[in-house]
Ligand binder design. Structure first.
Ligand SMILES: [Zn+2]
Length: 308
């Protein structure tokens, strides 16, 4: 169903005034385009890519083939990577969308060797709801709607017992029941990101899921892993899919950090991305009894309302 007043041109002028520290020009310069999918209420899910300069073409024009080959060999193996940045999966986390637009500007100015794909406002219906809400227009927490193992059993149990049926954390009737989570699922399949960055607020920590060593900090945000939740993006893509997922929890949902702090966070992210990934050391093998305890505790996460 398409909400009245929502049209195909839906864009910056419809939402930028709601975002802290976002001037119209920052949003229009982002060159957001419809990504081909729509929210429950029919708003286009917007995306913008920032890609490295066509190094290949320059080399073809300027250099002879031999030199080109030599230069290509000099590129570090980690130099070509794809990074997917997703923000405002929760519609009441305004600062998350703002940070994504500020970082997109940085990526446009200097993409490095990275192909960046930004989805700065994954839950436009939640943002436009009066009042703005965490869930999408179906009342689903998109960050509990991804297809993690045994979702049918665990996501419902977690919601009933651990959140005490908190309506802000309703995982939905089925994994990928929502167009917004399905869009991310399809983007992961087609774009094949090497790293995913998911921006939230307001718990002021850095979380991480995945097979490599995480960044220890981004600006003033320090690593503090909050747990694994049925249906979360970090669980789906990071734990199950083996794609490093950096989850940024900004300290305030209504205000961005100062511009200098956002810049520092970006610099720290770039530094981490530019380093060759370091695999996590595999944990020692547990005896059978301990391992069954570990798996049963993994299937019933501890109650934690401070979760992304
Ligand atoms: Zn969130």
């Amino acid at each position: 169903m398409v909400a009245s007043g929502v049209d195909a041109d839906w864009g910056c002028s419809d939402f930028d005034a709601k975002l802290p520290n976002v001037k119209r020009i920052l949003c229009t310069d982002a060159k957001l385009k419809p990504g081909g999918s729509y929210s429950v209420q029919g708003r286009p899910l917007l995306v913008s890519d920032s890609v490295p300069k066509p190094l290949q073409k320059q080399l073809q024009k300027q250099l002879q083939k031999q030199l080109q080959k030599q230069l290509q060999k000099q590129l570090p193996p980690h130099a070509q990577q794809r990074v997917l940045v997703i923000a405002a999966m929760h519609g009441d986390e305004f600062s998350a969308a703002s940070l994504a637009l500020h970082w997109l500007k940085q990526a446009q100015q200097a993409p490095g060797h990275t192909h960046w794909r930004f989805i700065p406002l994954l839950n436009p219906d939640g943002l436009m709801h009066k009042p703005p809400q965490r869930a999408n227009a179906h009342g689903v927490d998109l960050n509990r709607n991804f297809p993690t193992p045994d979702w049918q059993n665990l996501a419902r149990k977690y919601w009933e017992h651990d959140t005490r049926k908190d309506p802000r954390r309703w995982p939905g009737k089925a994994p990928l029941s929502e167009p917004e989570s399905t869009y991310v699922f399809n983007e992961i399949k087609s774009f094949k990101p090497n790293v995913i960055v998911s921006i939230h607020a307001p718990y002021g920590v850095l979380d991480f899921d995945g097979p490599v060593m995480p960044p220890s900090r981004l600006g003033r945000l320090y690593l503090s892993q909050v747990g694994i939740f049925p249906g979360s993006l970090g669980n789906y893509a990071g734990v199950q899919g083996g794609i490093p997922v950096v989850t940024v929890e900004l300290p305030n949902a209504r205000h961005t950090p100062p511009d200098a702090e956002m810049q520092k966070m970006w610099n720290d992210l770039r530094t981490w991305l530019d380093q060759p990934p370091v695999p996590k050391v595999a944990p020692p093998t547990l005896p059978a009894s301990a391992s069954s305890r570990a798996s049963s505790s993994a299937s019933s996460p501890t109650p934690d309302q401070r979760a992304p």
